[in-house]
Design a binder for this molecule. Sequence first.
Ligand code: M6R
Length: 598
Amino acid sequence: MCGIMGYVGEENAADIIIDGLEKLEYRGYDSAGMAVTDCGKLAVKKVVGSPSGLRKFSDGLIGKIGIGHTRWATHGAPTVENAHPHCSMSGLFTVVHNGIIENYAELKAELEADGYIFKSDTDTEVIAHLLEKEYNRDLKGTVSAALTKLKGSYALGILCADYPDIIVCAKLSSPLFAGTSSGGAYLASDASAIASRCDRLYRLGDGEIGILAKDSFKVYDIDGCRIRKSEVKIKSYDGTLDKGGYEHFMLKEIHEQPVAVRRTLSEIIDEKRRIKFKNFKMTVQDAKKIQKISFVACGSAYHVGMVGAYACERFLHINSEACVASEYRYKNPVINENTLVVVISQSGETADTLAALRLAKRSGAKVVSIVNVENSTIAQESDSVIFTRAGKEVAVATTKAYSAQLAVVYALILYLAVKVGTMNRKDCDSYVGELCVLPEKIEQILSDESKFEKLADTVVDSDYICFIGRGFDYCAVAEASLKLKEVSYIPCESYPAGELKHGTISLIDEKSLIIAMCCSDELRTKTVSNINEATARGARSITISDTEDADIQVPKIADIFSVLIEVIPSQLIAYYTAKKRNCEIDKPRNLAKSVTVE
Ligand code: M6R
């Protein structure tokens, strides 16, 4: 969470930093700030809201070296005082920070006892004062000494007034990249913010300290010994921040789903319709050893995992589970070398998912990740990676990355089912055939949006919305409910349809809305009974199904794939409901695109 930018070189630092922060805004956007040094004179400017607000200060921010930050508040409200950078008491050190300093309260008490006066409620400010307290004119040594006192996670950009031509950086469990070019050196918490400016790009490792000067980037370990870094391949990061004629990125990305799914599948299904993963291979013997499959992820990616777990039990007959990554460690999971852990993440940086991945690896499991961002930490640390090719997703509410993840999970299950011998080649070919037509079916739904816009009128008036479904339909409603609440701020939840009468039905009245998904022929009559139980108590209802009598009829497809078809209408309903409520659709309040704190 939060975004860091830094620059030292021949150009005006403020322009480069604001430009980079705007690219990093998906990591947090409640406040922003920047510090620029000119001939040793430091200027610091901060704003509440988006980093573009810093543009008004451009005239007062002249200098060729600086650091900037876009914040997602953890410690202290989103105010100007709490926005980064934070300065030490004398102004000697200026710091931007991503992550959480877990022992900040103890450190703050010690620093206050030493006479340091705090101006913010942040954990970050302790780092600035601590650096000043530890300062012994040896900058590298001082940073090392301060870092050893910190517990938690950090990515840091540091300016020191005594060294006006360099930026110091360091990281622990929070990503940080540096790059160089003839124009200078760059620092960012995400490679995509600086890649287009750099000739060489480096990923800082945990415990490393980097020094950026206008013509060099040097890295040291915590003891001050030089480390030679290898370069990270510079990718051209697609998805310029262009809405392509759509009013919002969310709508654009909803419409990009056929392409995202097609592109993802084209990398894993060859011309003969055989599933082949570049980076993940399993022999029949290895596959037969799998005793348990755990899908681990957060938010929408977790909902993809739910589909995976349901499908694994059905098609592979292997014990499977979907686990919310933030709970994985606390449930003392039974993991061993016969466990396959499938980690799912769009950003590849989600802190809880990463922690779960590390636990799984430590416990001997084989970890395959499904990731959208190539240079991400999860992609780097997994045993194997299968990339989704959704392209850059800008809207905080995921749509195209979710669909692409589902496509990979479907392919993975079919691949494994053939390996373990629970599915014959003929059946697999038939499923792969259906999988490949999913993009067309999505196109069909997207071809007429007007009905979703109209349905949003019903949704917008509801005080309480409950999504219900059974089996795969339940996995789909879980995602639909998250999408709607995330962007429209209407309280809603999702339930297995049969669970409603075990308590939740007491919430139902005339201001409630039941949105039911029922594409499974086998389960339809049961779900319809559950809808009736709610409408008999005054609730209105919307049904999404592949039958003619549904309020929203979606194309018919094998039930395993129906989730990907059912969620499309729900994304559009969420979008148009949020629009009618004048919500900040692409950047819903309190959220961030990449959740890098636990
Ligand atoms: O980057 P990740 O896929 O790991 O992110 C996981 C969740 O934070 C994410 O899916 C979140 O729930 C979305 N905002 C939902 O739209």
